[in-house]
Write a protein that binds this ligand. Structure first.
Ligand code: ZN
Length: 151
């Protein structure tokens, strides 16, 4: 079982999941996404926020999502423990999420586990879920309205 170097499990699962499974919540993830978020954190070298419910914040569904939680696509990568949404802060200042997503795509050789990236204003999404027909070494890039291009 891989445990993140930079994240506590509370930052990756909803409150209810943590209350039920505690430290076993690590097992709800595909190890590749856990490694990827550590690598992205290392690459950008600044603070990376996924969930913050454990520190009085209101975000809890940006890593693993349990069935029936009602957020996003029920068959999506978050429900399989294969995705994370995040924001980066450099010296307390929020980095532009589209820039972060595009920078991740540009450096895909450093993150071979990444199979999907969402380019939207507000957060960055990465996942390790292979799509039907996806070629090795490619990334499915999508936005709020769906598929954009293969990178
Ligand atoms: Zn997402």
């Amino acid at each position: 079982m891989y445990k993140c170097k930079h994240f506590k499990i509370e930052e990756l699962v909803p409150e209810k999941t943590y209350k039920t499974h505690g430290d076993d919540s690590w097992n709800l993830f595909d190890e590749r996404i856990l490694k990827v978020i550590d690598k992205i954190r290392d690459y950008f070298g600044c603070s990376m926020v996924i969930n913050n419910w454990a520190s009085e914040g209101n975000m809890q569904f940006r890593g693993y999502r349990y069935p029936g939680c009602g957020v996003g696509t029920p068959t999506g990568a978050h429900y399989k423990g294969m995705a994370a949404d995040f924001n980066l802060y450099k010296q307390g200042k929020l980095l532009d999420s589209e820039f972060v997503s595009k920078e991740t795509i540009k450096n895909k050789a450093k993150f071979p586990e990444v199979k999907g990236v969402e380019v939207v204003n507000g957060w960055s999404h990465v996942d390790v879920m292979l799509r039907a027909g996806q070629k090795p070494g490619t990334i499915c890039v999508f936005g709020t309205k769906g598929f954009l291009y293969w990178a």
